[in-house]
Ligand binder design. Sequence first.
Ligand code: CP
Length: 306
Amino acid sequence: MSLTIKHLIGLHGVPSDDIQTILDTAKTFREVLERPIKKVPTLQGKTIVNLFYEDSTRTRISFELAEKRLSADTINFSKSGSSTKKGETFKDTIRNIEAMKVDMIVVRHESAGVPQFLTRISKASIINAGDGRHEHPTQALLDMYSIRERLGKLKGLKICVIGDIAHSRVALSNIFGLQTMGAQVSVCGPLTMIPQNIESLGVKIYTDISKAISENDVLNVLRIQLERKAGTSIPTLREYHNYFGITAERIEKNNKDILILHPGPINRGVEITSEVADGPYQIILDQVTNGVAIRMSVLYLLGTRQ
Ligand code: CP
């Protein structure tokens, strides 16, 4: 099993065979995570840099843990505490890190396109850990893994991504990845938070949350990204919650099984109530566990690619 891609920049254009290989390999690593000794020697001797220019809890820890579980040597870089503050350019930083002989770079950056740029200035294999509003491919892969684990398939499922679609890299990666695997993807939210051309991607738009809940098998609930000025697209967070919040009342009224995902971090009481976020339909912490297996899979497949 090997991938056709050298880097994982996004899921746009990634063939279904590659996605299938990543999901199937992750299943093996998911089993490793249940063992008393959760470590394999697969990437021994490989050096991986985690380059985080933007805050992260789940993705950063998940990648670092995945690298350690695969026995790779890991280096963590964050913007604060680096020589970026002394005026060093991004390109110079990368050239210096590359001079230390690294094999792979995991990068999160507030600007869309940075991982793609890295593929031009570095010989290392690049993995996008979220770039601006562009893509967050490993999040969508762990979402797909978690859905498939619960529902046994992706093909033919109806999946609605709810919330701040315009500011979301998770939404775009979900759309590309899930469609490639044969799922029907829709979005739901205020029109001010939905990109105007999204229908051209084959995505249905809902503005009625109850209809979105009743017509779909899976809801992927997103956070309002206040750090990306999403607050200017809605009158107030309370208003957003009243019209689009995932509440126990709305879920129970639906009267059928539904699977609820959230990439985190959660803003409790805004896009989802605590009752639902901790309730029987959600798989939020399973997503986090599966995220380590997905990242092990991606690192292994790219790190051992001939
Ligand atoms: N889901 C996700 O990307 O979370 P973090 O920002 O904490 O990494």
